[in-house]
Design a protein. Sequence first.
Length: 367
Amino acid sequence: MADYGLHSGTVELRSAGPIAFGPDGILFLADNAGAKIFAVDVADARPQAGPAPLDLDDVDLRVGSLLGCDAGDIAIRDMAVHPVTHNVYLSVQRGRGDSGRAVLVRVSHADGAITDVPLSGVPMAEATIADAPAEDDERLDTTLPLGDEGETFEIAGRTLKLLRRPIRTSTVTDMSYVDGVILVAGLSNEEFSSKLRRIPFPFDATGDVVASNLEIFHVSHGKWETAAPIRTFVPYDGGRAVLASYTCTPVVHFPLADLKPGAKAVGRTVAELGAMNQPLDMVSFTQDGEEHLLVANTSHGLVKIASRDIDVQEPLTDANRNIGVPRETEDLPGVVRLANLDAGHVLALQVDGDGRYHLRSLKTDAL
């Protein structure tokens, strides 16, 4: 782990945020309250797992029991699968407000056992997000909440709950590791604040970060926008691009070659998944030798899009062209997180009608 600049230390997490695996099972954890990204050796040295599904009921109840609290007192902020053992890692916030505590837990692929992951005296490193919104920045980021949080509004004849939080909480909305670089989406302290950052790993003491402003055409809104953050994204085209999705709900293609320090990158909007809708997570998977995108969102089932259609889609730049690439909708409501479990399965974190969370393995050849 010394090759990655890790040293023994304690990960001082102030908030639970996005997580993603990097090389040799190193886990990256985003802490928006602290404006940092931590790299941690989670010491998951079990034998390599073969392809096998993982299904587990009442994950929220089980995590609450482990942490000594009710299921309603925890929020599962993200999910990642270890690339070798296929154990599942959950970024969890226990409690709310100043009393909240960030916790990392592991779900065993072998037997579903849930344990907490130590973050003290572990090989780790950290990077500071220098352009994060200040803690006293009064600007707010508006999202569609999954639970009971937020205020109720009547919009276009529909009743919606909206959650307004300081933009500091959206410093990192999603991240992924590609070829020695952590791709980090989120908001910054600038006026036009949507950013996609590239942070080299091992972390560079010089802070050599490529941060680009983003501009997209938002079909539902009928205009070009620079302030809204990417909500979720996946690496695309062998890591040469990303596919990103925003609230209300454009899907946009960004070539990474367009990301220049301090410059503006203009995305190609390829799909519009509907107004008053929020993307929650995305994965890509292979079916019959072809790559597909799978998008979980708040208003529809899982949306499946073929990569071949994305590649030939002309940019959407007209508010009347609100469709874009063809897509299929899978009848799987309540999916809030997605991750690639193995070559034959996508893992879904699904909420049922009673508010209970379950892990479900979806066969890629059946999607």
